[in-house]
Design a protein around this ligand. Sequence first.
Ligand code: PEP
Ligand code: MN
Length: 301
Amino acid sequence: MNPKWNGQFSCFDLVARTKEKTGEKTGEQFRTIVQVRDIEIGGNDFVVMAGPCAVESESQLLQTAEAVAKAGARILRGGAYKPRSSPYAFQGLGVEGLKILRKAREATGLAIVTEVMSEQDVDLIAEYADIMQVGTRSMENYALLEALGQCGRPVLLKRGMTATLEDLLRSAQVIAVAGNAQVILCERGIRTFETATRNTLDIAAVPVLKAVSHLPVIVDPSHAAGVRSLVPVLSRAAAVVGADGLIVEVHPCPEQAMSDGNQSLTFAEFRQMMTDLQPYLDLQQESRQLRPQLLAAGGAD
Ligand code: PEP
Ligand code: MN
């Protein structure tokens, strides 16, 4: 363990590794496994969440749900409440979108992850969602984080686009202190001076978060890349560095998507990506075993 990381994060005792939880006694690294129906996130499986940026219609979502389930996704994503930077952009279908998500769950058995933007919507969205998504723009919405402490659902907490890892863990601690330790961390790219990609995927965030925290860590290659051609390779990178899963945007016809079409994969591209991922997931198993050595090497800094 890099002593710098340890000193920096151990104050967030509900989400960070502390002395008692570093495995010094047992040799086993304690980790939180978030159970969502029959799916374990943060355990030995690599869990893929996939679906459109926004729920646009019943046929769009059902088609996508069937395609991603067939390709190996376990969880369906889709925003019903969308945080759009422009007031003129599509804002999401709201409760109508939630009902469509529920239909897709009934049709495919996929679990549902969907975004919540306001503490006022927490109870309603918790009726429909298996996982409550906190978007990058809401990572510091403390009223929302506190309300999620009592929502009875796991929370997918995305890193703020200008947030440090310390900021991310602080927000996770807020949810945990409010009563909910079932938090999944998500690296989705941060703002840097680089403009060739939408955001800069901080790939090192994954092993650092895995070292300093016992929470599951997933990667969103879609919002990091901003273009679909980069999504498969960033997904493979995520697998190799030890992520516990992915959240990926997929659309039946990306050119017609109402949001984030440029970064959404077609069904065929998603299928191919899942096939190509397999050898890298095998490597991930190896890196899990190597992790204690890697962390020890980090301490030499
Ligand atoms: C999304 O998942 O569609 C989304 C808006 O993500 P982020 O909050 O990471 O921008
Ligand atoms: Mn999106």
